[in-house]
Design a protein around this ligand. Sequence first.
Ligand SMILES: Cc1ncc(C[n+]2csc(CCOP(=O)(O)OP(=O)(O)O)c2C)c(N)n1
Ligand SMILES: [Mg+2]
Length: 281
Amino acid sequence: MVETATKLVVKDYKSDVKPTWCPGCGDFGVLSASLKALAELQLKKEDVVVVSGIGCSGRMTYFLTPYGMHGLHGRAIPLATGVKFANPDLTVLVMAGDGDLFSIGAGHLPHAAARNVDITVICMDNQTYGLTKAQASPTSKIGHTSKSTPHGVISEPANPVLTALSSGATFVARGYSAKPPQLQDLIVRGIQHKGFAFVHVQSPCTEFHDTFDYYNERIEQLPDDWDPSDREAAIRLALTDDREYLGLFYQTERPVYETTAREWAPINDEFDVETYLAQFA
Ligand SMILES: Cc1ncc(C[n+]2csc(CCOP(=O)(O)OP(=O)(O)O)c2C)c(N)n1
Ligand SMILES: [Mg+2]
């Protein structure tokens, strides 16, 4: 008898835990796009690991059925790197906030991008610390008043897309939680990409820093004839202040960390830690 695999649907990836996000939160759009992306790719949930940081964004692991690791604040990327290195056959996603990735954890993204670890990092950027109720975050714009900046932010905001591009990420895209079909497509392509994929998502916080109007006025699709192999052009666009471009900024191919590192120092039955370490003694 020929066995036919059952088609996986969105419901298979959605857990019974009800999202605790506030009504209208952009993170619902990210959840919906992620569920549909997993279903589109027909990934078995036991082959997927979602690693999250701490934050409203970090709750994501509870709402999905694949394996989840809710790590320390700022440390989702090194955890995900470890998971991928231990078992390169897994699909590993990082889902974390702007504070998590660009404040306390800011040291990790540039290195993981430079190494080209084959993981997909989805930055749920709401320009605030949502979970701790409205402090300014590294992506808050100049002038933004908050509990931690009563006179307005005075420092230059972090630029996640620019950081990913300049650090050597091999796939860099931006989506918007209010445009889930496009976001779904970018997440699918990020997962399919062999190498470090960074998907920056504008995911406004309706409760503490509602930027829906701000984005609706500024978003613009990348031109139809956009060439995603042109890194310099991508960097120029990432630097544009008055527009928020959506789409795939950049994609290239490079050997991935978990393959090159294993070739250099094979980890198999013959691997002996003492002999390996003796080289450096
Ligand atoms: C080591 C450590 N420092 C500080 C905190 C407190 N804390 C929890 S979430 C958070 C910020 C979350 O902001 P972001 O990453 O943007 O996520 P969001 O809630 O906005 O999705 C902070 C500072 C913590 N949990 N652990
Ligand atoms: Mg945030």
